[in-house]
Write a new protein. Sequence first.
Length: 478
Amino acid sequence: LIITNYAFSADVNGREVSNPAFGMDEVWGSSGQINDQTGDGRIMSSSTPDNPLASKILGLQFPTLGGVARRTMGKAQIVGRLQDGTPAITLNQYGNGQVLFIGTNAGEAYNAGHFLEMGSFPPGGGIRLDIQTYNRLSRQLEGWPNYAILLREALGMVGVHSPLKLVTADQNDLLGKARVSLQEERNPTDEPGYHLLVVTLEPIHNPVAMIQRKLNDFMGPEKRVLKNLSLTAKIPHPERVKAVYRIPPIGYEMGRIEALPEKISFDVLKGEIRLKIPEISEVACLLVARDARPLVGVKSESISTQDGKPTRLLVTVENAAGEPLSGEVTFPRGFAAVPIGEKEPRFQGLEAGGHYQCEFEVSAPPPVERNRTFQAFLNYHYKDGRTNTSKSYPVTSRTDERIAWGWVKRVEAGMAEAALVPTPYGGLYEQALQQREMVYAAYNSGAYADTVRLAQEHIRLCAMIKEQRKQTLPTPEE
C-alpha cells in the first residue's frame, strides 16, 4: 500500500478529517495530526542501517510540495528525512504486506516537475512562467523523477516487478524516456489470444526555448528516437506464440499510403519472449500473436483521384491466427479490382505466421468524388468451417483533398492581402492572379499534389508583392 500526505483526509462528503484517519495509525506505523506539518524542504534518503531501501535509493533527494506531515513514529522504519531530521518517508510491515507512507504531496510534485520540463506549468497554478520563475521552480522541484525510482524499488522489495524490460545498447535505464504497456486479449475459451505491447517514447523538451518563444510561434518538442532496442516480456505460455508483428500507423501521406504490418523476429528463453527492434520513434505497437485475426496491410504509391484511372494497390495478409486459414481478398461493391502478376486474390492453407500478398489495380465507381475511400477485405475460413472477415486501413484520397484545400485557402488569403491599397499593379500582380487560377484548376481536376506545388509558388509571389509594397509606401516625412 502506498500512501501520500492527506490520504483519507476527507470523508465521503468532502469534509476534512484527521490525517491519517479511521484509527489506522497501526497500519501506517506512525501517527500525525491535521495541519501539523513542516514547511517545504528537501527529503534526503536515510543512510542509517535500519532503512530497508538504503542500498536502492542511497543519495537520492525528493522535493516537497505543501510541506511534510509531522510523524510520531511507531513501528515504521524511516526511509527519508528532511535535513532537520524530521521523518518524511516511512515503510511499515503490517500483516503480510507493507505500507509506504510519503508525508508530502509526491504525486503533485512529480506532475509539476513534468510540466516544468515541458516549459509549462499545471493549469490553475496562477503562475506566469518566465525564465526567473522557471529557474526558481526548477531548483524547488529538483529530483522529482526520483519518486518513480522510490516506488519502483519499494514495490520490487516485496516482489512486485514489471513483466517488461526495455533497454538499448547504451542505456539500461530508460525511466522517464520510454514507457511500455502490456495488454492481454482473451478468446471465448478464456485463453490468451494475443498480447499488445505498446512502447511510447517521451519527446525531448527544450523548456527554455518554449518559455522564450514569441507569443504566436509554434514550437513542438523534438522526437525521441531509440535504436537497437531489446524488449523482454513475461507472458503466460510464451512457447505458444506463433509470430510477432509491428502494427503500422495509418501512414497517410500526400497521394500515397503505406500501412504494412512488419514481422518481428523473437526468441523464447526462461519463460520470457525476447524481441529485438532496430528503431522506434514516438510510439510502436507490437502484436504478440497466438490466436488473433489475420492482419491486412495496404500500400499504394499513387492513390487515384480521377474517374477511369485505377489505384495500384499492394495487399498483404499476415496470418496471426494459431492455425492455417484460407481466404479471398475483396473490395467494396462497385469497386473493380484486377490482380497484377501471377498471384490470385484467393489462397489456401496459409500457415500460422505465414505471409501472402497480391497487387491489384483498383478502380472506383464513378463519380470518384463520392468514392474516394475504400478498404481491402479478407474473407477467410478455417478447416473446421468457421468464417470471419478482416479489413485494412482505409485507402483514401480525401487526405490529399484536405491538404490541398488548406493550401487553396492560403492562396486566397495571400491574394486578398496582395490586393490591399496601395495595390502594386503590374507584371508581378498579374502573374499572381494567373497563378491563383492555375491553383483552382489543379484542385478542381483532382490534381492535389499539383495544387500544393502551385500554391507554394503563389505564396512566394505574394511575399514578393508584399516587399514591393513596402518600397512604394510613403515615409512619415512625406
